[in-house]
Design a protein around this ligand. Sequence first.
Ligand SMILES: [Fe+2]
Length: 293
Amino acid sequence: MPIVAAALVPHPPHLVYADNPPQNEPTSTGGWEVLRWGYERLRNKWNQLDFDVIVVHSPHWKTRCGHHLLGVERFKSLSVDPVFPHLFRYHYDLKVDVALGEMIAEEGVQEGLIMKMMRNPAFRVDYGTITACHLIRPQWDKPIVVLSSNRAYYDFSDEVGEAQMLSLGKATARAIEKSGKRAILLASNSLSHRHFTEEPEIPEDMRYEHIYHNGQYLWDMKVLDLMRQGRCQELLNVMPDFIEQSMSECKEGSLTWLLGALDIPTYPAEVHAYGSVIGTGNALVEWDPAAQN
Ligand SMILES: [Fe+2]
C-alpha cells in the first residue's frame, strides 16, 4: 500500500510562530493550542510509520500554466510570509525527491494535464509547504515532493478546477504505486476562509480569536461530518457551493487533489482538531488507507 497515510493539514504561519521552533526568528507566548495539539497527535502517530517521502500540494505556490513540481534536489533559504512577516521568518533546508516528482509529472501528462518541473535552484519554496511539512515532521529528515496550485478554478470555473485536481490526484497515486515508495500525502489548506483584516496588538491574544461568521462555521461542520462518515463523493458534489459560500481555501485544489489520490474515500476520516486562525476555519483530518480493507 504505497500511500501509507494522508491528511488535510492547514498552514497558517501562526501555528509555527506559536510553537517557537529554532528555525523561526519571531518568538511568541503560544496560542492556537487545540490545532497545535492536533498536529502533535498526528506527528506522534506518524513517527511510528515506515515511509520514504512526503508529498504535499500547497495553495501558496500558484502557477498559471499547468501544474508544477519542485525539480531541484535541495533548497535552503529564508521563507518570509508576505502577509505576516512579523510572525514567520523561517530558515529552511529541505531535500526533494525529484525522481518521484518527475514520475508524477509523466502520469499527469497521461491524464491530459500540462505539467512542468521547476528547475530554478534559487526558487523560494512557499510558506504553505514549509508550514505544513514543519508541523508534521519538524526534523526534516524525509525528502518531499511539492505540487503547485494551478489557477484553473480562477481562469475557468470551480468545476474545471475540481476536474483537474481529481486527475492530478489520480496521476499522483499511480506514480507513487509505480515508484514502489511509501508516501504520506498532505493537502495544505484551510476550510472556510473569511478572515479578520485587523490584528490585535498581541497576535496570540486568544481573546480575539474566533470564527469570522456563523455561516462558514456551519459549512465547516457539514464538510467535516461528510468526511467523518466517509461520504467524500457527496463532499465533492457540494464543493463548488462550499467554496463560493465560505470563500474556502479548497478553491486552491489541495483537498480535492488528496481525495482524488485516495480514490475518493468511502471510509471514515478522523478529525484530530478544528480551530480558527484570524477567523478562518482550520481542521486536521486524517485518512488511513488501511482502514478501507
Ligand atoms: Fe493559505
